[in-house]
Design a protein around this ligand. Sequence first.
Ligand code: CP
Ligand code: NVA
Length: 306
Amino acid sequence: MATRHFLTLLDLTPEELAYLIRRAISIKNGLKTHGPTYTPFTNRTLAMIFEKSSTRTRVSFETAMAQFGGHALFLSPRDTQLGRGEPIEDTARVLSEMVDAVMIRTFSHAGLEAFAKASTVPVVNALTDDYHPCQLLADVMTWTERRGAVKGKTAVWIGDGNNMCHSWINAARQFDFQLRVCCPEGYDPAPEILNAAGDRVTLLRDPQEAVIDAHLVTTDVWASMGQEEEQAQRERAFTGFQVNEAMLDKAADEVVFLHCLPAHRGEEISETLLDDPRAVVWQEAGNRLHAQKALLEFLLLGRVES
Ligand code: CP
Ligand code: NVA
């Protein structure tokens, strides 16, 4: 089997992505029914390179490997030769000799691509400055669990045109739903990513208008990791872009609210939004575990129909 990587949602076909969502739901149900008795990764190792902080991603990948009978290695640049300037391609070649897959959270998406090019084992993007595709697997899974098929529905992105926004744009393409992206001027997603989505994605400026009749509303922090020094300037630029309960009232009755987390209450969301029953963010966070199990299983073992 040729090595497959997961650097963006475009690395898998729509049909493969639909399979992953079905499989993730099935793996989750199996875990609930039988406990962690399915161990297809006995003696397999996942290397996890984290150049940025993480709670959910680290815990979900590490737990996925443990429950599947394998092992996960946490590697930070502070403690490895990566931090002392060993080329990423050399690191990729070395890890390929020892582990079965590599997960990377880093800054530069081009750096991740260079790593994947040199790797002979599957490489998974666990967030770059440009994309966060693993989060979208969990997000689409959560939306599907709550409301059924997402095809043809309308999602709304409110806020920064960041890595999460880019992955939502790719998700609209791959899962065939409409996406309204609503950002303040100057914080739009990358034009090439937006344009490639064609008429599946529309760019709006007024959040109050963007949410009307939407089936899903989502947002993210205004200053991502690496942009901490822009916090004050961004808080000014994003005035009026806070998602709150009154905004969700304008959406469809069946609207769900997602947030990849961590959330900043009082900034991109109101203080109480995560307590609203329309917010399903804890289920969304938990689904990282199941969605990434399905992804790793697919990359290492191929399809397991169930
Ligand atoms: N949503 C997400 O990726 O969270 P972490 O940064 O905690 O991994
Ligand atoms: N856009 C955020 C997502 C965190 C999961 C960041 O990159 O910091």
